[in-house]
Design a protein around this ligand. Structure first.
Ligand SMILES: CCCCCCCCCCCCC/C=C/[C@@H](O)[C@H](COP(=O)(O)O)NC(=O)CCCCCCCCCCCCCCC
Length: 218
């Protein structure tokens, strides 16, 4: 039945995210855009399971995923195989607004930078989740991770809205249930396996962007 098919598809399993980030890395440590974007698709599914309060966050992430997918499937799609090839192609061809927004407001480089910054939040949040105790508060872990990372790039109004959304996050047990991985021990083990991969993808991207002075793209 179409309806049940759709709901199965919407059912999040953190394993999918883990698998995508695992597939991201090529042998010579390039980052495949296709799997990076898939990782984000999985994360958006998870956000959608948490309720409509998170809709504005999911919507922004979806917009950014769509920009990247359009570039990957566009006429220069072959240049968007990896983050490295994307950066080279867009810079070589003057396709990035480097100092202020101009004729390339939605370059792959600036769009991916927004997701990249959010990946740092994810890394910090998941590490807290992994090491927290049974009564750990996800809202506090989420807010702390946000304050240490993404919030620095957001205006007051977004920080305020994000703070309100964090307050309605479910507690650790319910949160683990939505992750749909199994027992608490299994979730913790999976996070232990997933985090080094997410960190590696983050660090490789960070270094690449730093080398090309792309960390502050407008
Ligand atoms: C688990 C709870 C999830 C809380 C998510 C925490 C991150 C809070 C981000 C708030 C972003 C608000 C939306 C708007 C953002 C934009 O202004 C801003 C700038 O874009 P612009 O330069 O194009 O204008 N965009 C961004 O910074 C990109 C934000 C992307 C956020 C994606 C967050 C996905 C979270 C997925 C959660 C999954 C948790 C999994 C745990 C097992």
């Amino acid at each position: 039945m179409a309806a049940s098919g759709a709901s199965v598809d919407q059912r999040f399993c953190f394993q999918e995210v883990f698998d995508s980030f695992k597939l991201c890395l090529s042998e010579n440590k390039e980052v495949y855009l296709e799997h990076y974007v898939d990782g984000w698709r999985g994360l958006v599914k998870f956000l959608n399971c948490l309720g409509s309060v998170f809709g504005f966050i999911a919507k922004d992430a979806v917009n950014k995923v769509q920009v990247l997918v359009a570039l990957m499937s566009g006429e220069s799609g072959s240049q968007y195989a990896t983050i490295q090839s994307m950066v080279k192609y867009e810079l070589d061809n003057g396709l990035v607004d480097v100092t202020k927004r101009g004729s390339h407001p939605e370059s792959g480089c600036r769009t991916l930078l927004r997701l990249h910054r959010a990946l740092r939040w994810l890394e910090l949040f998941l590490e807290r989740l992994r090491t927290s105790g049974e009564d750990g508060k996800t809202s506090v872990m989420c807010a702390e991770a946000y304050n240490e990372s993404l919030s620095q790039h957001h205006p007051w109004v977004i920080r305020k809205a994000a703070g309100v959304a964090f307050c309605v996050l479910p507690g650790r047990p319910a949160f683990f249930e939505v992750m749909n991985v199994g027992s608490t021990e299994q979730v913790v083990a999976m996070l232990g396996g997933a985090l080094p991969l997410i960190s590696e993808v983050y660090n490789i991207t960070e270094e690449l962007y730093a080398q090309h002075n792309l960390l502050d793209l407008p």
